[in-house]
Design a protein around this ligand. Structure first.
Ligand SMILES: [Zn+2]
Length: 229
């Protein structure tokens, strides 16, 4: 009886969680550092095959936005479409916690963020960072959550995904990709006041991704921010 009581206190979900290795192809972006062919994630086995496949699609969309940014610059653009979008809307918390210089506009901030993401991709793919787990949450108030981290060279891209939200057909992959990118921004060293996204770098760049870097319309911010944590 005593033994049984002790076991009841153990957080069952955590103890029983098992993970399987899932990989995502990294596009051959024109960056000036060596990048891996694939990223590796350890996905909780409670996610269904369809959910895992959608998670891979979302990671692919975040990587596509990254590839497009560098391709546009490589093709001669002074600023990528991502930079132009972020520059219009991001005003506060432009720099990640590790950045020592001063960033005066959103375009410069977006360039720093994309370089930091390149570092995260390489650290993940070459096994230099901690393993990236895709942790399971059956339901809850956040869609995809990334706990704050501070070192893109060694910290993982671990996030927790709400399985109910990831199965919704009422939300597009592009919106959920913005949610994943936002969680990864927290892992990259970006911060914003809880629940505040408008004008904050980490909120606006995820909303830019959700809009395919197009200008804002009359659509209320909550349409986008409801997917951010
Ligand atoms: Zn956030």
């Amino acid at each position: 009886m005593k033994e049984k009581r002790r076991k009841l206190g153990v957080p069952k979900a955590h103890v029983s969680a098992t993970y399987r290795k899932v990989q995502v192809t990294v596009p051959d972006a024109p960056v000036d550092v060596n990048i891996p062919a694939r990223m590796t994630f350890y996905v909780d086995t409670r996610f269904t095959a369809a959910q895992v496949s959608r998670i891979q699609v979302l990671a692919g969309l975040v990587l596509l936005n990254w590839d497009t940014h560098f391709t546009e610059l490589n093709d001669g653009a002074a600023r990528s479409r991502y930079q132009q979008c972020v520059n219009k809307y991001a005003k506060f918390n432009l720099a990640p916690v590790w950045f020592e210089g001063k960033l005066t506009n959103g375009a410069a901030a977006a360039a720093v963020q994309m370089d930091g993401f390149t570092t995260q991709i390489a650290a993940n793919g070459f096994g230099q960072a901690a393993k990236a787990y895709i942790m399971y949450q059956k339901s809850g108030s956040s869609t995809i959550k990334g706990v704050n981290a501070s070192n893109p060279e060694t910290n993982s891209l671990t996030v927790t995904i709400n399985a109910t939200d990831i199965s919704k057909t009422s939300v597009t992959n592009q919106f959920l990709a913005g949610s994943l990118q936002h969680a990864w921004l927290h892992r990259e060293g970006y911060r914003h006041p809880a629940g505040k996204y408008t004008n904050y770098f980490a909120g606006e760049c995820s909303m830019c991704l959700m809009r395919n870097n197009k200008d804002k319309t009359s659509t209320p911010a909550s349409t986008y921010t409801q997917w951010l944590d």
